[in-house]
Design a protein. Structure first.
Length: 308
């Protein structure tokens, strides 16, 4: 599988994602790329529900995003194949259909240059992709390899393949986290940040709240991230604001190592308050990722070398 690992790991939202996954059998209408069967295996997604329908569902099973357009001939060949395969999978993965013309911010997020484009999301991150209307046998092989690579990491795959085995009883949700997650689903990042901060004020060592707070702060910045910021920052390496904005933009489109390297170079070039500002921004980025992420470990070592 290609290394398309992206920026946001939403483990702090896992309890709500599990609830969404169990509710995933709601009917969904298909787009012009082909009529979608009445099943949660195929869903139409917009900018408004991308977080809940793609990112959160991908914590349980892979979500394969079909980026298409009404004017695209190859899309009309590819989409029905993906829909049929999603139905056959019985819930082991979900197909999310996104009209790029109606949802330009999503197209920008994935840097879509042409359609059809298919991206696999797992654990809140892009993990693999292909472009064009591939033959069905090749698509089947791609999906099989994807499921084999992720089966031990995403619990919903094996459960679906075993016929929906009963899940263990769910622990009661913490109402403080529920309030924060509800705010995030509404797109109210300020309210979500405030809710997570209040948890940390009373429980400074609450790791779940720490991770969620870092993720919310980055998500708020990533939503405003402009890919053009990267070019502007490259032209002005001494501009700290430009470097921070470019690093956010790089993480938002999955260029994780590039974003880290940019700020490590910034640490080397700066001193005093400017250096501390860049360092703090980079460390906050680290907190978005799950513990043990190799990219973070490597960047931490590089940061230590740059500082000392």
């Amino acid at each position: 599988m290609s290394a398309m690992a992206g920026a946001v790991d939403l483990s702090a939202l896992k309890s709500r994602a599990e609830a969404n996954a169990r509710a995933a059998a709601q009917p969904a209408a298909g787009g012009d790329g082909g009529a979608a069967p009445a099943s949660g295996a195929v869903i139409d997604v917009t900018e408004a529900d991308f977080q809940a329908e793609v990112v959160e569902k991908s914590l349980q099973v892979p979500v394969i995003v079909d980026l298409w357009a009404t004017w695209c001939g190859p899309c009309k060949q590819l989409s029905p194949v993906l829909e049929r395969l999603a139905q056959e999978a019985g819930g082991a993965w979900v197909l999310a259909k996104i009209d790029v013309d109606a949802n330009p911010r999503i197209a920008q997020l994935f840097q879509v240059q042409s359609v059809p484009m298919v991206i696999a999301i797992a654990g809140g991150q892009p993990v693999d992709a292909f472009s064009g209307a591939l033959p069905e046998p090749q698509i089947r092989q791609w999906i099989d390899e994807l499921l084999n690579a992720l089966r031990d990491q995403l619990p919903g795959i094996r459960a679906a393949e075993q016929g929906g085995a009963a899940e263990p009883a769910e622990e009661p949700e913490d109402p403080r986290f529920t309030a924060a997650e509800d705010a995030l689903e509404r797109g109210d990042y300020a309210a979500a940040e405030d809710a997570y901060q209040k948890i940390l004020d009373s429980e400074p060592n609450n790791e779940q709240a720490k991770a969620a707070l870092a993720q919310v702060r980055f998500s708020a910045r990533a939503e405003q991230a402009d890919p053009a910021a990267i070019e502007r920052a490259d032209a002005a390496p001494e501009d700290i604001d430009a470097q921070l904005a470019a690093a956010d933009a790089e993480l938002a489109i999955g260029k994780v190592e590039e974003g880290f390297d940019r700020l490590i170079r910034g640490v080397k070039r700066t001193s005093g308050d400017e250096r501390d500002r860049v360092r703090r921004h980079l460390v906050e980025m680290f907190e978005v990722f799950p513990e043990g992420d190799e990219r973070v470990s490597a960047a931490r070592r590089a940061l230590a070398s740059a500082l000392f």
